[in-house]
Every structure is written in structure tokens, then in C-alpha cells.
Design a protein around this ligand. Structure first.
Ligand SMILES: [Mn+2]
Length: 320
């Protein structure tokens, strides 16, 4: 899978790796895993992200520093890699300038419909995560290069992007990869899970409690919606990133095939769409200027909230 990628990328001396804006465990884990791999193979690697990771993910940047880029930084690199996304705009404003340098851009990702600007890419929608793909890079090239930092970074991304191994995207290969990473890294899965999941504040739990009260069913209880308003953030002293993981609650109700979390931001409504059925939320989100995977996607609506709920749910019902 990585034969061409390895042969081409190892010809470069200095490579910048970008992870997508509003970073999650998978983009950071795959970015860090890849930078460590590049380093081990004699390539000078720099990890860039335009945003700051959430509190529960900051520990990942101790494994390899992830810094904020500026346009002037781009000149020093021979090549660029984007991970966990397949279109430059997902990686922020500096990343969008990368194409103008005329230097080769590589990509490792598991989202559908990649752009066609890449020198070489590994794009596999049948993988749980970008981290599972970077694991394959190590496995194919030299599994002995998997050390504890790389194993922890990659395991964290597989864990988060697979919904703690609960999503439809999990395959025997995902668990084999996780198993090798645990072995090589010499850590236990709960060490990583606790760093990521057991870091809630009481304010976040109060926000969750309010959001749960808004769960509403549509289309004969096959679709559920839930929302968080600006007032709820103010009343609980929380911010928009505190809704992380909320969308899994409506989806866990018996009979619900898909659900949407609506979040009221300052100037628009953010939607997180999830499915555990034939409903394709990537298709659904693409009708709303968004996208993602069949089972998990994101989109935006200009608002107001009630109008967004009406219009978005109607689009989903059409898929039933
Ligand atoms: Mn991912």
C-alpha cells in the first residue's frame, strides 16, 4: 500500500506534515506517528497545526511537538504531507498556500472523494482511521521502528476515531494494529483512554445534562436530534468544544438510525451527523456544505436554530 509513498517521500530532506484544523486524536496521532517515522528514516520533519489541541489531547504534543505555521515557514521544505483529510482547505490558511510553492504534496487519509492535487497518496475509506494507515506504513516498512511514542500516538488516534472500537469502521485489521501497538509501546489501553476520556469538568457534565433534555425524535423515531444553545454555554460556563462526544447519546437510543447535534455558534449553526444504519450522513452533509464519512460527518447552516433543525431533518428524512 505504501510502496510508492515510501520510495518517493524518502527522497526528500525536509518535510512539513499538516494535520487538520480543530485537531482531533486521529489527525494529531497520525501526524505525530508519521513525523516520528520520517525522523527515524533520516528525514527532517516538522508538524504543523493552525489550532491549539483540546486539553485532553495536549499530552500528544509531548511525543512530538506540533506547532503553528506561518506563510514564511513554507519555503524551507522540499515537500508537504497532509494527514486525516484530503483537501487543503481542511488544513487552514497556511496549508492552502502550499500548492503555490509548486513542491510535491503527499496525503494519507481515510475520507472519501480526495482532491487530485497530490504527488502520491494513500486514500483508504476501508480503514478506521488515518492512524491505522500510518500503522500500516510502519508495518510495511519496518515494524521494529514502532517505539513507545509512535505506538501511543497511533493508538490514541485509532481509539478516538473508532469510537473506542465501537464504530462500523472497525475491522480485524484495526484490532491487530491496536494489539501490535500495545505490544511495541509497552502500555495498557486504559492509560490512553483515561487521558482522553476521564478529563471532564462538572461544567461539561451540566452542559451535557441540558443537551440531553433537548433530544427529539423524527421520522418514527428513526432520526433523533439534540441541540446546544448559546444560552446553555453561558449558563454552564462552557464553550463550544465542550460538546465533544455529545452526539453519541441520541445515537445510542434503541431504534435510532441516525442523529444530528445542532450547536449554536456566534454566526451559524454547526451540525454533527452520525449514523449507524444505511443512512449516509456524508451524502446528507454534502447537501449542507459539509462532509465526512458515511457514518460520521459535519456541516453548517446559517441559522437560526429552529430553521436549521427543520431543514436539516427534512433532508435526512428524504434518505429513509
Ligand atoms: Mn480520522
Amino acid at each position: 500500500m505504501f510502496k510508492e509513498f515510501i520510495s518517493k517521500i524518502t527522497r526528500h530532506k525536509k518535510v512539513a506534515v499538516f494535520s487538520h484544523v480543530r485537531p482531533d486524536g486521529d489527525c494529531l496521532g497520525s501526524q505525530i506517528g508519521l513525523c516520528l517515522w520520517l525522523q527515524k528514516n533520516g528525514i527532517d520533519a516538522t508538524a504543523y497545526n493552525e489550532d491549539v489541541p483540546a486539553d485532553n489531547l495536549v499530552w500528544l504534543t509531548d511525543l512530538f511537538p506540533v506547532i503553528q505555521p506561518s506563510n514564511e515557514d513554507l519555503d524551507q521544505f522540499d515537500a508537504f504531507v497532509v494527514v486525516d483529510g484530503n483537501a487543503l482547505h481542511r488544513f487552514g490558511e497556511v496549508a492552502m498556500k502550499v500548492e503555490e510553492t509548486g513542491k510535491p504534496i503527499y496525503m494519507i487519509d481515510h475520507h472519501p472523494q480526495p482532491d487530485d492535487i497530490f504527488e502520491e497518496f494513500v486514500s483508504r475509506t476501508d480503514y478506521s482511521s488515518a492512524c491505522e494507515l500510518v500503522y500500516e506504513l510502519y508495518a510495511e516498512h519496518d515494524p521494529d521502528q514502532i517505539d513507545a511514542p509512535a505506538a501511543k500516538a497511533l493508538f490514541a488516534g485509532i481509539l478516538t476515531d473508532s469510537g473506542s472500537f465501537q464504530f462500523d469502521s472497525v475491522t480485524p485489521n484495526t484490532l491487530r494494529a491496536a494489539s501490535v501497538l500495545l505490544d511495541k509501546g509497552g502500555f495498557k489501553p486504559n492509560e490512553i483512554a483515561e487521558k482522553i476520556y476521564s478529563t471532564k469538568t462538572i461544567d461539561q457534565i451540566h452542559l451535557l445534562s441540558r443537551a440531553l433534555g433537548t433530544i427529539t425524535f423524527h421520522a418514527n423515531q428513526q432520526i433523533a436530534s439534540m441541540y446546544v444553545t448559546k444560552a446553555m454555554f453561558e449558563e454552564t460556563g462552557t464553550a463550544k468544544e465542550d460538546t465533544e462526544g455529545f452526539v453519541s447519546y441520541p445515537l445510542s437510543i434503541t431504534g435510532v438510525k441516525a442523529c444530528v447535534l445542532f450547536r449554536e455558534d456566534d454566526d451559524r449553526i454547526k451540525m454533527s451527523l452520525r449514523s449507524r444504519s444505511e443512512i449516509d450522513v456524508n451524502r446528507w452533509a454534502r447537501n449542507l456544505n459539509g462532509g465526512g464519512h458515511k457514518k460520521a460527518a459535519g456541516a453548517w447552516h446559517p441559522g437560526p436554530l429552529d430553521k436549521a433543525i427543520d431543514e436539516v431533518i427534512k433532508l435526512g428524512e428524504e434518505q429513509l
